[in-house]
Design a protein around this ligand. Structure first.
Ligand code: GLN
Ligand code: ZN
Length: 756
């Protein structure tokens, strides 16, 4: 009979217990014993969800990040963080950094970056030629013992050696694979320790296998698993987030006891794969989507899996496609979802229940699953037939799109001249990326409104006050292009989702983004259109307070798409087009209301790039089109800005050019403007606002710093096409620092103008 397991489960807890415990501990509201107790309670809560699993994973839980845990497991910890005898202290030091106290003991955090194509961030391992690894498995072994003592068959989860190396950053020129032998020694020790504890299966995660690997890396895989095959445990090698592409043969031939593939994202023929494997190898199929929130069609799966289940017996394992880390915990915590849509949704807890139903239905007593199957069938049928998903008027608007809608009337040079006449800006115009500090007062106001302690009218009046203060501050600072400050937005995607038909926002469907930070991705369930205007009221209000231009501020279609759970019954490209039309309507309404500058943020455009380069062109083609569709309808005189985070644009510059935004603001402060070299080499033709203020750091850039950064920018680009602005939005900073930093920024711009 097939076995069921999961690659991982959310760590945050049903009610974000992890966040609460972490933040209380960091802020010294609770001591270490109390913290440990809360974490133990959370782990116990998680285990309650695993009662039906045949193998229970251990090691997927983490206090901050599982990649950081792996670095600690092998003692690969930056020296600067090893300051305390308390390893928990050092652990958080790597994760979050530590400011100096009386000039002592400062440690910068390690870099953080996105975990493959998800919105989860991991702490990047640091390597150099002197890196040594030394196994420090006490914590993991302790957890394994604990779970075994509760009677579970335990499957420890570790990141595989090659994926671990793949994820890291080398600070010198050492080829990272040179570290493999040293690392493998520690893996061997670990696996043997686990075997001694009585563990029979270890899940070894190698998602790097869904990327395009060079022959050298492919060889390294063969080599590493030859070395590890002598361990006394069975290895389940897991791959997820995509198909195996050119690594298919390699994976089939690795000497491991079992492999896991992601059937929701890969076009893999499971029975052909079973035939490729040795008869005694376990085949684990990721059949439940771990990246989305929809109920699975269990009847369809049963039909697909029946023959294979017969053939492989308990060597067929069923699982979610990847760790459930990327889904919210439990749909039952939601109380305000529309009753029609709620039955379509399955969060982590429900996905494990689906697995259980599948197992029973494929087993010797399928009758025991019939009630659950019937309920599932109903939900699937209901979703398929539901009129909620389809809006004929949206489909009609999509059909009415003309090719001319994507392109501006005149070329950038002509437009820019017309805009300059009208908007009348100085050289090196100064501006910001949109948000100003989300102060405790703003958050309190929102909470009061949510809790119905104040009326809508009171809430809006409160917001107006914040906007007015924000405008006054910017005038005082002397910025040229002002913003309203985004006080009304809890989140740049969720806010827009609440104004769009076809999208749902939730109350508690949190997903971990990093450490204690969680996001609530909206859910796209149907055709999208704009319910009402989304921002016009606030921009008009702000513009009414000042003679300087106020920039309208919108989130772009690709970012809304990439930071939401998407519908599974139509291509993402089509959904992006629908969102683009809704944003376009808003853009045109802003313009009609006198807004001369409109920014359409595409923070997540770059990170949406597929894991395989071969698929980039297709993605970029529709993603850039979606942006163009949202922006292309305005008059020449209206200036379109866009903003993108995460600097790496070198490889997609033709696409950035194709967006044809009049001004693009980007993150360049941390890279000391290096990024602009590529813009110069490419002969990028439009205007750029290279960030001169690293908003991630509490440091205030001096006038000199900013001037010298701008001078570097002027080496690369003509000054008529340069703007002066911070790297990103200021919502996470505090007013005093923002003020000082922006005053310096304005002063630097004035100095630059004088030198011209
Ligand atoms: N306009 C948004 C802000 O200023 C942009 C944020 C982002 O790019 N992540 O917060
Ligand atoms: Zn940004």
């Amino acid at each position: 009979m097939a076995k069921i397991h999961t690659l991982g489960f959310p760590r945050i807890g049903k009610h974000r217990e992890l966040k609460r415990a972490l933040e209380a501990y960091w802020n010294q509201k609770i001591d270490k014993p109390a913290f440990t107790q809360q974490i133990e309670a959370l782990e116990a809560q998680r285990f309650e969800s695993f009662s039906h699993l045949d193998l229970v994973q251990v090691g997927d839980f983490s206090l901050y990040d599982h990649v950081l845990d792996t670095s600690f497991l092998f003692s690969n910890v930056p020296q600067r963080a090893l300051q305390s005898r308390d390893s928990l202290d050092n652990y958080f030091r790597v994760a979050r950094g530590k400011a100096s106290i009386n000039d002592c003991c400062a440690a910068s955090a390690s870099q953080m970056t996105k975990w493959f194509d998800t919105n989860y961030h991991y702490i990047v391992p640091e390597f150099n030629q002197d890196t040594v690894f030394s196994l420090n498995s006490d914590a993991l072994l302790g957890k394994v013992r604990h779970a075994r003592s509760q009677g579970f068959e335990v499957k420890p989860v570790i990141i595989g050696p090659l994926t671990y190396l793949y994820l890291g950053e080398v600070s010198d020129n050492t080829p990272v694979l040179d570290l493999l032998d040293k690392l493998l020694n520690e893996y061997k020790l670990l696996l043997n320790q686990l075997a001694k504890l009585g563990v029979s299966w270890v899940q070894i995660d190698e998602p790097a296998l869904v990327t395009e690997l060079s022959p050298q890396w492919q060889f390294a895989y063969k080599y590493a698993y030859e070395v590890l095959k002598h361990a006394q445990v069975k290895l389940l090698l897991t791959t997820y987030f995509g198909d195996l592409g050119d690594n298919y043969k390699l994976v089939c031939e690795l000497p491991v006891a079992g492999i896991h593939v992601d059937l929701t994202r890969a076009q893999i023929d499971a029975s052909a794969l079973a035939d490729r494997l040795l008869p005694e190898q376990v085949l684990s199929l990721g059949v439940i989507d771990g990246r989305n929130v929809w109920v699975s069609d269990l009847s369809e799966l049963i039909e697909k899996l029946q023959a294979l289940a017969q053939k492989k017996g308990d060597l067929l394992w069923l699982a979610p496609s990847c760790s459930l880390l990327h889904t919210p915990v439990d749909i039952n915590t939601e109380t305000n979802l529309p009753a029609q849509v709620k039955p379509w949704l399955a969060f982590a807890q429900q996905k494990l229940e689906e697995l259980h139903t599948l197992k029973v239905a494929l087993g010797p007593n399928p009758g025991a699953a019939s009630a659950a199957l019937l309920a599932n069938k109903k939900a699937i049928e209901y979703k398929k037939r539901s009129a909620l998903r389809s809006r004929p008027e949206v489909q009609a608007s999509i059909n009415a799109i003309e090719p001319s809608w994507y392109v501006r009337d005149k070329s950038f040079t002509q437009r820019y001249a017309q805009q300059a006449d009208l908007i009348n800006l100085p050289q090196f115009p100064t501006t910001t990326i949109g948000s100003f500090p989300q102060t405790p007062e703003i958050r309190k106001l929102r909470q009061q409104y949510k809790a119905r302690a104040i009326t809508l009218n009171e809430y809006e009046k409160g917001l107006e006050q914040h906007i007015a203060q924000c405008i006054a501050q910017q005038e005082e600072i002397g910025l040229d292009v002002l913003v309203h400050g985004e006080a009304e937005r809890n989140d740049m995607v969720e806010y827009f989702a609440s104004y769009l038909n076809g999208m749902l926002t939730t109350d508690f469907a949190w997903v971990q983004s990093y450490g204690s930070r969680c996001v609530k991705p909206p859910i796209i369930y149907g055709d999208i259109s704009r319910k009402t205007s989304m921002t016009v009221k606030w921009i008009r209000f702000a513009q009414g307070l000042t003679a300087k231009p106020v920039k309208g501020m919108l989130t772009g279609p690709v970012t809304i798409l990439n930071w939401s759970f998407v519908r599974d019954d139509q291509p993402r490209a089509l959904t992006a087009k629908q969102i683009a039309l809704a944003v376009r309507e808003e853009v045109l309404e802003l313009e009609a209301n006198g807004t001369q500058i409109i920014q359409i943020d595409e923070a997540a455009l770059r990170e949406g790039l597929p894991l395989k380069r071969a698929q980039w062109t297709e993605y970029l083609s529709w993603a850039i089109d979606a942006f163009k569709l949202s922006a292309g309808g305005v008059k020449n005189e209206t200036q379109i800005h866009t903003h993108m985070c995460y600097s790496q644009f070198n490889d997609i510059l033709p696409d950035i050019q194709r967006m044809d935004a009049d001004v693009i603001t980007i993150e360049t402060a941390r890279s000391q403007m290096k990024l602009l070299d590529a813009f110069n080499d490419f002969k990028y033709a439009n205007s750029i606002g290279p960030g001169v203020y690293d908003i991630h750091s509490p440091n205030i850039p001096s006038v000199k710093d900013i001037e010298s950064l701008m001078k570097r920018a002027m080496d690369q680009l003509p000054s008529e096409r340069l703007w002066v602005n911070p790297d990103c939005g200021l919502k996470t900073r505090a007013w005093p620092e923002v003020k000082s930093a922006l005053e310096n920024l304005v002063e630097a711009a004035l100095a630059l103008r004088q030198n011209q």
